[in-house]
Design a protein around this ligand. Structure first.
Ligand code: GAR
Length: 201
């Protein structure tokens, strides 16, 4: 059955674009019911409008507190009646109440091979550490940062002249394949979570 997907993004939205293109091409059996953003200047908004995806802007700076923002976000997420929430460059940490309200229904993509290099500037962290292989991870979201059960990972080589931008670009190419693939598996009910492990059926 067709799933309802809502995407949360804060910026450029190239992963969001990859997902809506995969839906349009029939590779993911889903409808994207909303783009929710905390940033009124996010380029993802233009992408959504072009694709006919409804946009909901919750401008973080207009809320009196993090709690007030989180409450509005929680209500907005509930209203979507989504089967899956896709964090696509959503640059805030989701509060515990939200994570607990949607168990195994929120996925994230992170530009590192988790559990290494959580948080911001993951590609720069990888370069500084001196790893030879970097990559991206799609995972379910739990209460801890960049920590939930892993669905898919893809790796790329680190080249000797890499800087943060060149490495990020190489990883992003893989993100755009990996994220739609993971969402496709979810939408086909092929992911079974046992503890930390995700089995692909
Ligand atoms: C992507 O590289 C994504 O993995 C990363 O932000 C970028 C967003 O790009 N996310 C995180 O670092 C979250 N911890 P996009 O807006 O073009 O999809």
């Amino acid at each position: 059955m067709t799933k309802r997907i809502a995407v949360l993004a804060s910026g450029r939205g190239s992963n969001f674009q990859a997902v809506i293109e995969a839906i349009a091409a029939g590779r993911i059996l889903a409808v994207c019911v909303a783009l929710i953003t905390d940033n009124p200047n996010a380029y993802a908004i233009e992408r959504a409008e072009k694709a006919g995806v409804p946009v909901l802007v919750l401008d973080y700076t207009l809320f009196p507190s993090k709690g007030a923002y989180e409450h509005a976000l929680f209500v907005a997420m509930q209203q979507q009646k989504a089967d899956l929430f896709v964090l696509a460059g959503y640059m805030r940490i989701l509060g515990t109440a939200i994570v607990q309200a949607f168990p195994q229904k929120i996925v994230n993509i992170h530009p590192a091979l988790l559990p290494s290099f959580t948080g911001l500037h993951a590609q720069q962290q990888a370069l500084q550490y001196g790893v030879r292989v970097a990559g991206c991870t799609v995972h379910f979201v739990d209460e801890n940062l960049d920590c939930g059960p892993i669905i898919l990972q893809k790796c790329v080589p680190v080249l000797k002249d890499d800087d943060e931008d060149s490495l990020a670009e190489r990883i992003l190419i893989e993100e755009h394949k990996c994220y739609p693939e993971a969402i496709r598996l979810f939408c086909e009910d092929r992911l079974k979570i046992t503890g930390r492990n995700v089995r692909i059926r």
